[in-house]
Design a binder for this molecule. Structure first.
Ligand code: AMP
Length: 257
């Protein structure tokens, strides 16, 4: 498994494998778990090469504390990547590698990105879309894998790819959950034992209680602070999105209805 810390080194490898091969790309911020593993597995099944990126992107954090406390587990991340047959890891450790001139150019979406998480995390989706565009330009994948766990992000990336005619196919991947229903997330590592036991209630209530206000009340009664809980039309039905704080940890989830 190759590990590249610089754009130049990765590009040399990318050139060496030619343009006829398919490349399945899984962008992440590390602290890998079974959710990320499911994306890697799919990428490997469907492509000649699998590329993983690990980069904690500073521009998508709207709170310094969240960025500073983002879990870093380099050794186990690389072991998981190896186990899943990753061919190359793009692992820039210095943000300057991706932002050599600062943050003067940004990708901005003006509608959906201003709702749900975007309403409460100003600048978040601009950071996400900007770094994903940069990564696509560097990695040059044919396919890129994104989790439905971050469904708003997935939709915005699909929109960006379509609007800018980017030559990559976006492959959505189902949310991987703990046995009790809690959506796996790198931030779950920051829940204490008591909070971990409570956390699964979020998914249970949001998926079982039909009425929005009743669902919100039930969740808040358990000690969560709900940031938003909305049903958004999707196809012939809708999708329910939630963000809620449990102590100092912000959890998000969504379900198709
Ligand atoms: P992150 O490292 O949290 O930025 O996530 C990297 C990718 O993994 C994103 O496409 C996420 O949507 C996806 N992902 C994270 N958690 C899960 C999960 N529990 N199930 C499926 N995909 C996930």
């Amino acid at each position: 498994m190759k590990i590249f810390e610089t754009v130049t080194d990765y590009r040399e490898w990318r050139k060496s494998i030619g343009s006829q091969k398919t490349i399945g790309f899984v962008p992440t911020m590390g602290a890998l778990h079974a959710g990320h593993a499911s994306l890697l597995k799919k990428a490997r099944e469907e492509n000649d090469f699998t590329v993983l990126s690990i980069f904690v992107n500073p521009t998508q954090f709207n709170q310094k504390e969240d960025f500073d406390k983002y879990p870093k587990t380099e050794e186990s991340d690389l072991a998981l990547a190896k186990l899943h047959g990753v061919d190359a890891v793009f692992y820039p450790t210095d943000p300057k590698e991706l932002y050599p001139h600062g943050y003067h150019y940004q990708v901005i979406e003006n509608e959906f990105s201003k709702t749900l998480c975007g309403e409460f995390r100003p600048g978040h989706f601009e950071g996400v879309l900007t770094v994903v565009l940069k990564l696509f330009q560097i990695i040059m994948p044919t396919h890129a894998y994104f989790g439905e766990k971050d469904h708003q992000q997935l939709k915005l990336i699909e929109g960006m790819v379509s609007e800018f005619f980017l030559p990559v196919r976006i492959v959505p991947c189902a949310t991987v959950r703990e046995k009790d229903g809690l959506a796996m997330s790198s931030r779950n590592a920051r829940l204490n034992r008591e909070e971990k036991a409570l956390a699964s209630f979020l998914y249970e209530a949001m998926s079982k209680v039909d009425d929005l206000k009743a669902a919100k009340d039930k969740i808040e009664d358990k000690g969560f602070k709900v940031e938003y809980l909305n049903d958004v039309p999707e196809g012939s039905g809708s999708r329910r999105y939630i963000a809620a704080w449990l102590g100092k940890v912000r959890l998000i989830d969504n379900v198709k209805r």
